[in-house]
Design a protein around this ligand. Structure first.
Ligand SMILES: CC(C)(COP(=O)(O)OP(=O)(O)OC[C@H]1O[C@@H](n2cnc3c(N)ncnc32)[C@H](O)[C@@H]1OP(=O)(O)O)[C@@H](O)C(=O)NCCC(=O)NCCS
Length: 149
């Protein structure tokens, strides 16, 4: 089983949407799907966006980053639910952090996520700065976190 992080291309669009859909329920609200599709269709190339490929073919995850007001923002990171807790989330996070630190040395790195993945990012040095209950949907809070390299 070979997992590789490669730059996003248009041909990955539909698979990324499928990855998003596997996370609807606990991690993403149904109402966020349109925003993600719009992101892929109109904004993805204004970020550095990547996919995690399994055996060079199947997209099992995606995520990116961009610089916004002096802070590197991690955006739209996700792993297909069937592959959670098997290592790809860390692979994708480390890949993005390494690239972002090289590209924007010394910048803080921020993410808006939910309480369901707060523990994942905490494990790798992110600290919570704010939580807003039910922001994304019922049972899905917005948790803002910051990492100081
Ligand atoms: C957050 C996410 C990317 C993690 O991906 P993953 O592939 O499951 O993570 P990994 O398997 O690489 O886990 C690495 C470590 O973090 C831990 N971990 C994984 N998910 C965790 C969670 N939700 N909370 C706490 N720890 C977690 C794993 O147990 C593992 O620890 P270990 O090495 O001690 O065993 C995944 O849960 C996901 O895609 N969630 C839905 C989308 C989402 O909410 N994205 C957040 C940003 S918008």
């Amino acid at each position: 089983m070979d997992r590789q992080v490669v730059p996003y291309k248009k041909e990955h669009r539909d698979s990324c949407i499928e990855v998003f859909k596997t996370n609807i329920g606990k991690y993403f609200d149904e109402g966020e799907l349109k925003g993600f599709i719009d992101f892929l269709d109109f904004n993805v190339y204004s970020t550095q966006y990547f996919v995690v490929l399994l055996d060079g073919i199947s997209v099992i995850g995606c995520g990116g980053y961009y610089l916004n007001s002096e802070v590197v923002r991690l955006v739209d990171g996700m792993i297909d639910k069937s592959s959670h807790k098997t290592g790809p989330g860390l692979l994708l996070l480390e890949y993005r952090l390494t690239k972002a630190k090289a590209e924007y040395p010394g910048r803080n790195i921020g993410i808006d996520t939910s309480q369901h993945t707060e523990g994942f990012f905490e494990k790798y040095g992110f600290k919570t700065t704010e939580s807003v209950k039910d922001f994304y949907g019922v049972g899905i809070d917005k948790v803002s976190m910051l990492y100081n390299p």
